[in-house]
Design a protein around this ligand. Sequence first.
Ligand code: UDP
Ligand code: MG
Length: 320
Amino acid sequence: MGKVLYIVVPCYNEQEVLPETAERLKNKIGRLREAGQIDAGSRILFVNDGSRDGTWALIQSLCAADAVYAGVNLSRNRGHQNALLAGIATAVEHADMIVSMDADLQDDIDAADRMIAAFLEGNDVVYGVRSSRRKDSFFKRNTAQFFYRLMKLLGAEIVYNHADYRLLSRRAAEALLSFDEVNLFLRGMVPMIGFRSTTVTYERGERFAGVSKYPLRKMLAFALEGVTSLSVRPIRMITSGGLLVCVVSLAMLIKAFVDYFSGNVVRGWTSMIISVWVLGGLQLFAIGIIGEYIGKTYMEAKGRPKYIIESVLLKEEDEE
Ligand code: UDP
Ligand code: MG
């Protein structure tokens, strides 16, 4: 008897690509089963993240047709990270290992074989890492690279070029679920779990069909979430920035006095107006960052549920 594998796939308006994804993942499960690497109870779990198109209807018909498919329907759109966590929470009750991947087939599904092999060798966490970003647009590649650099600079531990294609053992998934935070940034949280981990590299392709569900607006929000949920370094930067400004203003004070006593007060207007602007800007920026953390504390304090499951379609370990 092999181990039970669950492949968790969050889906938001993915009706164009879902039939192909379902077919390929089913073949993958079939081959792994034949090779004796996984148990017959293994499943492909689609999480419908409040799609507005026919995604859930498609998932329902897939589940009706074949027990290898399972589905979770969220009560509304909660975003990729929450949908993924809902899927992991459902899968952890049945699975020995959970692989998460996007619905759009950008992640090479054959890399899952190597992830499973790494799991069987005793790893609890296996990160899928992209070998290159050649297929990304110039803009996405550079903004993403900038993001990873920034995260590193800010002291957050994340795996370079790893998105949300990864394998978690059951105990790693349970550990992840024990994190109570509402602001989810999974790729930053997983390294905090610990356990033995390794990486598997793969070539990330283009979206098979449909359009990206991560427009620039969502990407920026996600990056900000990442920085502020993983690191308090921005706060410290404000403190040292404030200290620096104090030192500079001391020098300015001396200069102002010198100017005053030498009788040319009006000439100070330029430096005056510059410091008004610079300080005003700095203060606003600082207040903004502080507000970001206060906002987060507020959200955490409320302890709202991260997602609400409307229904689950899942046939338990069966003979088909
Ligand atoms: N997704 C989701 N909820 C959302 C947005 C996206 O579940 O609100 C899913 C989407 O269906 C896909 C994955 O998250 O499976 C990654 O999205 P996408 O491929 O559009 O992002 P990109 O690869 O362009 O960064
Ligand atoms: Mg994609």
